[in-house]
Ligand binder design. Structure first.
Ligand code: AVI
Length: 304
């Protein structure tokens, strides 16, 4: 099992997808409202300022009434603000959390009664097999929130290649929100806030692992760490054992020395140049972008 393997690795890891049980999703929602966590509101500001431009850009690329595929749609709140501008023929919210998605899609349907909505519950990071009801022409993928940053650059490129591949995602275009490199203090504060919400989000992964694996992690014995790794251009979140301890689960155990860490998340930060290059390597052309006045966050349009 992936969880046990990660815990037994020389440098222990737990994949970030395990953050998102119900409490973890609620804690992430709270993170997006923290003073220090600038990405969500900065991206929203760009969307508010540039939504009209997006529509003109799509029209310029010959894409009218797209099929808007919302990756990691969650509450569908971001797309709901975009829909009046992009006027999609079909809206396809995709998320791993099916129940949450169903409710959110119903909400969108009541706001836009005439819109064709096809909700898809799947882990799209594992593959892009969309159901046949999803129209193939004029597909525009919407991937906001800098979630692409939670892949390594190599994984991100492979993922984007799948989107652009006519036999897989068949994207005509991609609207992508991505966090940019900035000073270390601002970055680290965004992942280690003064209220301790991000610390709780990080430690909650241990409770979720206990539920899934039957392990006996005690959250009191772990410390939240967030650091900007400049060489890799990524924020890393870790959980650090406060003292020597052993974690046990059915069929396994792992001893941790005091100070030893579990790597729980990387959040890669790009420059406009490095993201443009990555999009090109993945097969996208005609790249444009919008940023906020501080150049903290960018929204890219990339045509396939
Ligand atoms: C979901 N993802 C883009 C967030 C990020 O910024 O990497 C997850 C997160 N982790 C800690 N704070 C927020």
């Amino acid at each position: 099992m992936e969880l046990a393997e990660g815990l037994n690795a020389v440098s222990a890891t737990v994949a970030p997808k395990y953050f998102y049980d119900t409490l973890g999703s609620q804690l992430f929602e709270a993170i997006t409202r923290l003073d220090e966590y600038y990405p969500t509101r900065t991206e929203a500001g760009i969307f508010d300022a540039a939504s009209g431009d997006f529509a003109a850009t799509l029209a310029g690329a010959g894409i009218g009434h797209p099929c808007l595929i919302d990756l990691g749609a969650g509450s569908c709140a971001k797309a709901t603000r975009l829909i009046p501008h992009l006027q999609p023929r079909q809206y396809v919210p995709v998320d791993i959390s099916v129940d949450f998605l169903r409710e959110a899609a119903e909400q969108v349907q009541s706001t836009f009664p005439a819109l064709d909505i096809v909700g898809v519950g799947m882990d799209f990071s594992a593959g892009l097999a969309l159901p046949p009801q999803v129209q193939r022409d004029n597909r525009v993928f919407f991937y906001p929130g800098s979630s692409l940053g939670n892949f390594s650059p190599a994984e991100a490129q492979a993922f984007l290649q799948r989107l652009a591949d006519p036999a897989q995602g068949a994207a005509r275009g991609l609207l992508l929100g991505i966090d940019l490199v900035k000073d270390k203090a601002t970055l680290e504060a965004a992942y280690d806030d003064s209220l301790g919400v991000t610390a709780a989000f990080n430690k909650n992964v241990l409770r979720h692992v206990n539920t899934l694996l039957g392990s006996d992690f005690d959250v009191h014995q772990w410390r939240h760490i967030a650091l900007f790794n400049e060489a890799e251009s990524r924020i890393e979140m870790h959980l650090q054992a406060l003292h020597n301890l052993t974690v046990r689960w059915p069929g396994g155990e792992r001893r941790f020395r005091g100070g030893e860490r579990i790597h729980t998340e990387s959040s890669c930060k790009y420059t406009v140049a490095s993201m443009s290059a990555l999009l090109r390597r993945a097969g996208f052309k005609q790249i444009s972008y919008w940023t906020d006045p501080k150049d903290w966050f960018a929204v890219f349009w990339a045509a396939a």
